[in-house]
Design a protein. Structure first.
Length: 201
């Protein structure tokens, strides 16, 4: 019963675990600095200037690269309903880069989420609204643990990427997604036919 290798952890799950580690480390650093000095510590977070405008398209198909190999880990589609933006997986790949699941034929389940919904059946990001600079006020769920984090998104014109930021309090972690050029059969969906499937925080 132990011959099979453990199931692959999703890229989102990997990022969220790393994000949690960063969060704990940052909390410890802040407490240590407060105990040793009364001076305000300088922020170590890099300042960013989102390039999002209403004309930037954050919808459509995006490639989620594996942070270690840079191979495609998943393809997601961004869509909007009544001015609110959502992101859903439509294709999932294994460690070798082989396509394993699509929206049309999805078998892999999110074991960390109550009810174990199929990976391509729910919105991993939801509730984003344009605030004049970026798309904020949303949430992102870790399918491996079921944990929900605050989320904001903006388009980086210089890198031609979609920056997806998961946050807890003032700490966060950025992911860069890139426009997907080749959409596999079974992964193409009509956004007009999608109904938001989210998990309220």
């Amino acid at each position: 019963m132990f011959d099979r290798p453990p199931p692959k952890q999703t890229n989102i799950g990997f990022i969220m675990i790393r994000f949690s580690q960063i969060f704990v480390s940052a909390i410890c650093a802040v407490l240590l600095a407060s105990a040793c000095s009364t001076a305000k510590p300088e922020s170590s977070a890099a300042e960013y200037k989102p390039a999002a405008t209403m004309s930037d398209s954050i919808t459509g198909y995006w490639t989620v690269p594996d942070p270690d190999t840079n191979k495609t880990d998943a393809i997601v589609i961004g869509y909007q309903k009544d001015g609110v933006f959502y992101y859903r997986m439509v294709a999932v790949y294994d460690d070798s880069g082989k396509l394993t699941d699509t929206a049309a034929n999805c078998t892999q389940k999110a074991k960390g989420i109550k009810g174990n919904p199929k990976m391509c059946s729910f919105d991993m990001i939801w509730g984003l609204k344009f605030d004049g600079k970026k798309y904020s006020g949303g949430h992102i769920i870790d399918p491996d643990s079921g944990k929900v984090y605050n989320c904001e998104v903006w388009y980086d014109a210089a890198k031609q990427s979609l920056v997806v930021r998961g946050e807890l309090w003032i700490f966060g972690e950025n992911m860069n997604w890139y426009k997907a050029e080749n959409i596999p059969n079974g992964a193409k969906v009509n956004p007009a036919n999608l109904t938001p499937f989210t998990f309220e925080k």
